[in-house]
Design a protein around this ligand. Sequence first.
Ligand code: 2NL
Length: 358
Amino acid sequence: MTDLEQLRLEIIEAAAVAPSLDVLEVLRVEALGRNGSITARMKELGALPAEQRKAAGQALNAVKTEVGGAIDARKAALEALVLESRLAEEGIDVTLPVRGPAQGFIHPISQTMDELMAIFGEMGFRVAEGPDIEDDFHNFTALNIPEEHPARQMHDTFYLPEDGEGTVKLLRTHTSPVQIRTMMATPPPHRIVAPGRPYRCDSDITHTPMFHQIEGLVIDKSTHMGHLKGCLEDFCRAYFEVDDLPLRFRPSYFPFTEPSCEVDIGCSRSGGKLSIGAGEDWLEILGAGMVHPNVLANCGLDADEWQGFAFGLGVERIAMLKYGIPDLRTFFESDLRWLRHYGFAALDQPSLVGGLAR
Ligand code: 2NL
């Protein structure tokens, strides 16, 4: 057997049993690469006498073609094997249940707002909205808040730069201007809730500069404090889902109501755990009162013909109580891990018949 024949057989046999693409590539480089055994023989052709060169060249080229073909064939076979084993390995189990599309979560503030509107909606209230940027009249003057009242001072209110006409607008400090606008724009009777964002220049562990509030207003010819009490009792029992929840009405003061009260719900703190319902302690939940005659007059209503009650409550606070959220500031940090933990399923619409929250 000639030397070339020996080399040809060696390479072809090695290629046929090459166990992997990597080994095959090494083999190819050793035979046909720049310093390969066949390449070396090509280079030696030049040194042969002219009469031998042609035949030797033809023989070498034939071997080169054959070896290249053998390596390519093995490569194709190995690639097919790799694909086959990947398909076997990564095969999907079509009997597994589908994973369902990824869904976002409803923020506890949106959830609580939806619950509040479901409850008040059921009680016959309409939802009213108004602008976040207000003027002094709708935010303060109409609400019987005197010029020298501390709430009007710079430290509580965000004022906007004076406009061309010398008017200073502000970010509403409560949602009451919505009720003022409703009373001025439409005739009584009124039965509305105004959910929305007020703003106050205040920031610490229990205050954020923007927060959420819902206020309610009922104006009719003979609406009285008994209606206020019954309405707020029904509301608190529905929201906290405690049928015998005790309520306590404490006298208080707001410039826009007279008389005014603060409303507490019963709770117990036995064992260091807060639970809402009959117990030895009280939690302040909302403020309320009979709409002040000056407010009615400021809105063009005859206080001898129309009267009613109003209330306001902070949404973050009652969301924290119901859902056990310990820190107010986390509501507005946009931490998705927090939202996954405290958030609500996207398609569960709160309703009194279907359940407020699941
Ligand atoms: C609280 C107290 C309250 C009102 C809001 C109101 C609105 C009009 C007229 C009279 Cl237009 N009153 N709103 C009344 C009493 C209390 O909120 O502590 N809120 C967080």
